[in-house]
Design a protein around this ligand. Sequence first.
Ligand code: P6P
Length: 339
Amino acid sequence: MTQSPRILQTIESHILDLQKLHPSASGDFTGLLNDITFAAKIVSREVTKAGLVDILGATGESNVQGEVVQKLDDYANAVFLKCLGTRGQVCIMGSEELADPIFNDAGPGSHNYIVIFDPLDGSSNIDANVSVGTIFGIWKRRSLLNKVGPTDLLQPGRQLVASGYVIYGSSTMFVYTAGHGVHGFTLDPSIGEFLLSHEHITTPFVGGIYSVNEGNEPKWTPEVRETVRQLKYGRDSAKGKGGKTSRYIGSLVADFHRNLLYGGVFLYPPTADKPGGKLRLMCEAAPLALVAENAGGYASDGHGPILDVVPDQLHMRVPLYIGSRDDVLWIEKMLGDKR
Ligand code: P6P
């Protein structure tokens, strides 16, 4: 059960409290997280007034994923690239919108961190005013200074030092974990501050919701079809207990956030045309898996923990089953073949 916050606290103050847990901290990590919250406030301002300003619609270009780039995700990408690591804390930035990562190991600063992000996930929904989101993951470098390379970039989610997401919905919320619980902050636009609103978010062990694009059913494997059937009608192993209700927004951050708070499981199984899955490991699945596990949930690729999957490239895709722990573990059992 998520606790209501004890005090009125800004995210900056919350992050500073976190820093106190690490007496030797340089303040770089704190500064980096604050850079991300600052970028989120700027993006939120544009997203919430998108209908008024000519930044709706597509740019006419497509990104490395072959997806049509919406003006707003182009804008969001530029904002995060500009705001991150303003004090030289970052040695690699990777964006869902950019084919290649940006290496920056020179100049003043520690260059200690790697940040991979999806600047505006779900952007195909923007024109319909559906909630969209930003997802980010922060890793620490492994190499010596001035030697940054692929071993720093291609790290599994288990090595994340922090991750989180921003949901631009009926309100803008910033949810993150740095290994000391999952905490949610709601933006008060009148003062431009993210205020602690959901302290120590925990997700129900079993949920009442399943989220999947049923239109893909013809392209699923028989095992996935049977798993979704039992989610709908009730597990054969739990005689008499009914199935779950279906909720699917088609915007990962919105579906994930609702299931995190209410309990439920989100599925993006492999399909005949996307045998490796659709969602990206580094800028979507792994950061959300860290949040899910720190809230008591779990995330799997169908064979084992998402957090243990080692990326072979920045834009590696994975099947994703994420949410209430018991539901995801049951799905993993139903899909059988352990990694
Ligand atoms: P489909 C949005 O394009 C996205 O990347 C995620 O936000 C969302 O969960 C998924 O794709 C939806 O995909 O195939 O169901 O439209």
